[in-house]
Ligand binder design. Structure first.
Ligand code: SF4
Length: 239
């Protein structure tokens, strides 16, 4: 290397030191770490896609025969927060996506307003992937929703556990009583359960569980929004 080039490089590294940058090798290591993280999230995405394909053709329970579209779940493969509702409703069944109706819009507002993040940076799923209907012969009927049966939950919950094991969120947020009861394995009502963080094992992961009200309930009881805001503060303190 010529003396001129050596001198130029010396000046370049001195300037970097002055601005607090600690050198070429440090940044290279950071780049390698970034690439490693990228590879990890690619692997998780691929595993989630494989699982989603399984759900698309799933008939483990009777809901698989009446649904229009299964709603697997969506969001970041490296999400720190995982929201879990009870099951898809009319709009979700028609669109094949979770939380896209009025309740979903309110959930989006909670995510961006109180949690100061975006829907694409959290993960959203349900206890059951297919729409439980009172009259399974008519998916076009409005108000045809019902809670999933114990057997339906038992058949479907392994999918949610696998999603959690792949994503490894720091916090799972069950939305509403049925989801909170399933994840916390309790019969307590959501009014008693919310406002606290629980240490739980879900599938093979250890996770904090912070239950809160379902956005559909908030649409009917806007006075409960303050309590949900308190729950979001608790979630943020755990990240
Ligand atoms: S609800 Fe779950 S277990 Fe039942 S058919 Fe749908 S994906 Fe399969």
């Amino acid at each position: 290397m010529s003396e001129d080039k050596k001198q130029l490089l010396k000046v370049y590294f001195e300037k970097r030191r002055e601005t607090g940058e600690s050198g070429f090798f440090y940044n290279r290591r950071k780049n390698l770490e970034g690439q490693k993280n990228m590879k990890k999230s690619d692997t998780v995405t691929a595993a989630l896609e494989k699982l989603e394909k399984e759900v698309l053709s799933c008939k483990r329970c009777p809901l698989g025969s009446s649904r229009l579209n299964p709603c697997f779940g969506e969001g970041s493969p490296s999400a720190e927060i995982m929201f879990v509702g009870e099951g898809p409703g009319y709009t979700e069944d028609h669109m094949g996506r979770v939380f896209v109706g009025r309740a979903g819009k309110l959930l989006d507002k909670i995510i961006s307003g109180a949690l100061k993040t975006e829907r694409s940076r959290v993960y959203i799923a349900n206890i059951v992937k297919c729409h439980p209907m009172k009259d399974p012969s008519d998916p076009e009927k409005r108000g045809n929703d019902r809670p999933p049966s114990e057997d339906e939950v038992k058949s479907c919950i392994p999918y949610l556990k696998q999603q959690a094991e792949l994503i490894k969120p720091k916090v799972i947020v069950p939305l509403g009583s049925p989801s909170a009861k399933t994840i916390l394995q309790t019969d307590e009502r959501i009014t008693k359960l919310r406002g606290k963080a629980y240490d739980r094992e879900f599938g093979s992961i250890k996770v904090k569980v912070v239950p809160t009200y379902h956005p559909a309930y908030l649409l009917r009881n806007s006075s409960k929004k303050a309590e949900v805001y308190e729950d979001t503060k608790l979630i943020l303190s755990l990240l």
